[in-house]
Each structure stands twice: as C-alpha cells, then as structure tokens.
Design a protein around this ligand. Structure first.
Ligand SMILES: [Zn+2]
Length: 157
C-alpha cells in the first residue's frame, strides 16, 4: 500500500519541522558514508553518545547500510517543550505481519508482509539534563530474514 516500509521512516514533528520528511529522506539517501561515519557505525553500542539527533540519523543510516538492512522509526517521544527526548528505531522487518483486510484466501497468500517479527531495535534517549543523546538499549540481532550486504560499501574509493 505504501512504500514507506521500504525506507527509513522519519516522522516529522507536527509542530515545527523545518524540512519535510521527503527532503530528509533524500538527504539521507544521498549522504556519502565517510570513513569517519563508518567507524562511528562500527562503534554503535549501548551508551554510545551522539552529537545531536541529526548525528543519530547519520550514524544509524551508515550502520544499516553497512549491515544490509533498513531502519523504521518506530516511535518518537517529546518533552513538554516539544523537543525530542527519545527515539525508537526498529528493523523494517520487526513487528507482526499486518492483518490483511481481504477475505479472499488466495489474496492473503499472495501478499507477503515485510514484517517477520525481527527483534532488532535501538532506543536512543536524550535526557533533559544531558548534553547528548545516547543509546540506552540496542538489540542488534536480526531474526527471520537475511541481511543484504552490499559489497560496494567496502570498495576502496
Ligand atoms: Zn531485522
């Protein structure tokens, strides 16, 4: 139905998003993964500190690209002042398959959900009194699907 499940989903803040979701998506797709960013993605673990939410997007994008999967922004939490306090990303294959509306059994069989209950997810929190957002939970194991590792990313430049 939508193609959003095939890409990183970035929920725009309802209040004051300077750039649209589409623009951010495009910016991420065109982002060159620098050696530095690759290194940061390699170090991604619990307690890893980011500079800001933009940096979170960049490192997570690099991480997913290197590993061969796609994140889905599962939820965003806001403080009273509308700034972001927490983001939860999960693998696009996480979650239960969406129930199908059709009663036609042939149709149900033909429609494969990309959600196969993969368990990979990451919590990133930015407590109000902290200077940086950081990883609080990271389940890096994937389940029930393959990773599409692209060799191109490791090619020498
Ligand atoms: Zn997965």
């Amino acid at each position: 139905m939508s193609n959003s499940e095939n890409s990183i989903e970035i929920k725009a803040s309802t209040s004051k998003s300077a750039i649209s979701k589409k623009t951010r998506q495009k910016a991420l797709n065109e982002l060159q993964i620098s050696e530095n960013l690759k290194k940061q993605a390699d170090e991604l673990t619990v307690e890893y500190k980011f500079e800001d939410w933009n940096h979170v997007d960049q490192v997570l994008y690099a991480y997913a690209k290197i590993k061969g999967f796609v994140w889905r922004l599962q939820n965003t939490y806001y403080r009273v002042d509308k700034s972001i306090s927490k983001k939860v990303f999960e693998c696009q294959h996480a979650g239960k398959p969406k129930p199908h509306k059709s009663n036609d059994p042939d149709k149900i069989r033909a429609t494969k959900s990309i959600r196969v209950e993969c368990t990979c997810y990451i919590n990133i929190c930015w407590p109000k009194n902290d200077s940086n957002p950081r990883v609080t939970t990271f389940e890096s194991q994937h389940k029930n699907h393959d990773l599409n590792i692209t060799t191109a990313i490791f090619a020498p430049s």
